[in-house]
Design a binder for this molecule. Sequence first.
Ligand SMILES: [Zn+2]
Ligand SMILES: [Zn+2]
Length: 338
Amino acid sequence: MKAAVLIEPKRIEIQDVPDPTMTETRVLVRIRNCGICTLEQRLYSGDLKIVYPIIPGHEASGEIVEIGPRVIGDFKPGMHVALDLITRCGQCYFCRTGRSNLCSNRFKPGQQVLGGFGEYIAVRGRQVHPVPANMTLREAAFVEPVACCIRSLKKLQLELGENVLIVGAGPMGILHLQVARAMGARVFISDPNKKRLEVAKTLGAFAGIDPSIDDPEEIIRAETGGIGVDACVVTSPAQAALRSGIASLAKAGRLNIYTSYMEEMPLPMDANVMHRNESLITGSEGRTEFDFHQAVKLIGYGMVDVKPLVSKVVGYENIGEGIEAAMCQDTLRVLLEQ
Ligand SMILES: [Zn+2]
Ligand SMILES: [Zn+2]
């Protein structure tokens, strides 16, 4: 089969690689779409290393081609599916306690990692999530990132009508915005990019704040009777983003650090303030199968609209251009389509 293989940083090639190995317990999927996410961008730039060469891609959708005879589940050839490409063991302490996003064996040598930039993939039935007929395969490529937002917002235990600040209106910020709205929150979102704020406003943000012009904390205090936001998600790795999220929190506010950092990032917070205000700071990593299942529903039911996030669609022939475009501030998501 064909695949886009990352040979080394900045060098991606379309190669003929061996077909995936089918077994009796695997489902073979023809991949149609795959998002070019931050992970792929960092692998490409060399900021993040797993192994080289690697077939990147973890936000994939496609059609079922073949079903191993011992696969349990209601799968049929031709079915449209979203793929959960993080293999979990199902047996470690975290998997057994409902937190497979923290599985100890996710990246053990020998585990299949990523692979969404290939033509085909053979995965276990539990990694294959059928999507409803009204969902396109482009939309299905957003199930994985939406699932991550669901995980992130569940950590914050939102109540109806709470005020939430999303720091950063990139693709993950915009998806967080929509999931938070589905959970009954009123959402403030901040980003120095005007285009992104406009998209956020059309998708239901109560206020879009440009921190290079206005002070988010001031606007939030004014709109919340001086109280601040009940919850905040930081989706931008800038230190100022974390600082502004913390500064905007109400007493008993909860904050989730969704973004990852390339370098150590000390928490810019006075422990005494944390103590007095009962602040809760947490992080979130990936998603569980349950989050994934709910993401299929949210997109399928039209409660999260991912269509405005597609900034560009590329094929194998211009995948390098696609990755470069994905790294630009004016694009939201770039999809590989084959
Ligand atoms: Zn992703
Ligand atoms: Zn595990």
